[in-house]
Design a binder for this molecule. Structure first.
Ligand SMILES: Cc1cc2nc3c(=O)[nH]c(=O)nc-3n(C[C@H](O)[C@H](O)[C@H](O)COP(=O)(O)OP(=O)(O)OC[C@H]3O[C@@H](n4cnc5c(N)ncnc54)[C@H](O)[C@@H]3O)c2cc1C
Length: 379
């Protein structure tokens, strides 16, 4: 295990939780992924196993199926998972927060326990062919009738929709209102008539992404999450959590690699090619800066601050740290690049996506410029 850079608060309490989790992990190791088993199916097995031990949704209130602890407890467990290179629970953190903050009590009671248990798998239907960065420009429309809506449109890049039962869907509900007040959110069961899910095969052979075609799909009013028009605020809350390195276990995973590079540099001090030592140094600095930010963000969350535009800073730092780290690691350990399919090479490939998912790096810079620095726009 790495040092535990995120521990503050009551160290004895967190230390107890971490030790309890390590003991549980020793008895319930990460299962083997079976040959040909799709990633989400494997992750669901792992998710259910973690849940059976009480290790999912630590910061979710008990009445919704969580453990009613704090964000710090959840972060400590995500950190432990990253430190032993075990995957976390996909998407739960930010989708659960969207329901906690915007869902009705009935929706929270209905959906959260089953989401946390892995009994119902969710996907996120936000992006569209013409509306990724410009999410506000989405054209999927939910037309209001007395007690229901009919939804028409198309979503794109919906990760693992083919393995999901429910989708947190964004659709416009008002053609006249300004974009940020005209979007609403819905829980859409994917087996509804009129829904077509079409997986897309990516260049690396994975079928993570899907297209979602919505052809006059009936959605009940009771399936709308929050009031009409709050979809934009819900989306911003969701992606703020998605942009946060804390819940993902990324930090401790990066920490392992930073340590490996540091050791390599110490051993080969005189014998590294020009510039490589300073590139390793940059990785160490990036990592330390990210850890400092993560600590600050955790403290703010514990003080009750809701995730906001500051998460764009975290996302940029996380992306920079991850991409520089894997670029440098492949330079230092080229044999692992030759062994395509190896763990480091797989992580290197996926690090390319960090500057796109959850909003691209350019969009994070725009958010920082507008919402944090209040710079004038030049267009
Ligand atoms: C691994 C992965 C998983 C994903 N999973 C999901 C999912 O489950 N659900 C979902 O809804 N979406 C998902 N996405 C989609 C993701 O949110 C979008 O890809 C992202 O928001 C960018 O949108 P786009 O691909 O349409 O690119 P575009 O918006 O077309 O952008 C293309 C390029 O133009 C730049 N650009 C665009 N507008 C501006 C601007 N105003 N200023 C400066 N530069 C600009 C962008 O930075 C980018 O470099 C996923 C993406 C990835 C990579």
């Amino acid at each position: 295990m790495t040092d535990t850079p995120l521990d503050f608060g009551d160290p004895a309490d967190l230390d107890r939780l971490r030790r309890e989790f390590r003991a549980w992990l020793a008895e319930h190791p990460l299962p083997e992924r079976q040959s040909g088993e799709p990633v989400p199916v494997f992750l669901r097995r792992w998710h259910r196993l973690l849940h059976s031990g009480g290790w999912v949704g630590l910061d979710v209130p008990e009445r919704y199926g969580g453990r009613g602890l704090t964000a710090l407890h959840q972060v400590a467990i995500s950190d432990e998972l990253g430190a032993c290179r075990a995957p976390g629970v996909p998407r739960i953190g930010y989708l659960a927060h969207a329901l906690l903050e915007f869902g009705s009590e009935e929706q929270r009671l209905r959906f959260l326990p089953r989401m946390l248990a892995g009994d119902e798998v969710w996907c996120q239907g936000f992006s569209e062919p013409g509306a990724g960065s410009d999410l506000a420009g989405m054209s999927t429309f939910a037309e209001r009738h007395d007690d229901h809506y009919t939804v028409r449109g198309q979503k794109l890049w919906t990760s693992y929709a083919q393995y999901s039962g429910l989708c947190l869907l964004l659709a416009r509900t008002d053609r006249a209102a300004p974009a940020h007040k005209s979007i609403s959110a819905f829980v859409l069961p994917l087996d509804r008539p009129g829904v077509t899910v079409r997986p897309l095969r990516a260049a690396n052979g994975d079928d993570e992404f899907c297209e979602l075609f919505l052809d006059d799909v009936r959605v009940e009013e009771s399936e709308r999450v929050g009031a009409e028009g709050v979809g934009w605020a819900l989306a911003m809350t969701t992606v703020s959590y998605e942009r946060n390195a804390l819940d993902t276990g990324h930090i401790s995973k990066y920490g392992l690699l930073v340590e490996r590079l540091r050791r390599h540099a110490a051993e080969r001090h005189g014998g590294l090619p020009d510039g490589l030592l300073s590139r390793i140094g940059r990785c160490v600095v990036d990592y330390e800066v990210l850890v400092a930010h993560a600590r600050r963000r955790t403290a703010e969350r514990l003080a009750g601050q809701v995730a906001g535009p500051e998460s764009s800073v975290d996302k940029l730092l996380m992306t920079r740290t991850e991409q520089r780290l894997y670029d440098t690691a492949l330079e230092v350990f080229p044999d692992e690049l030759a062994g395509e399919g190896g763990e480091l090479f797989g992580d290197y490939l996926y690090s390319r996506a960090a500057s796109v998912y959850g909003g691209t790096s350019q969009i994070q810079r725009n958010i920082i410029a507008k919402r944090i620095l209040h710079l004038p726009s030049n267009g």
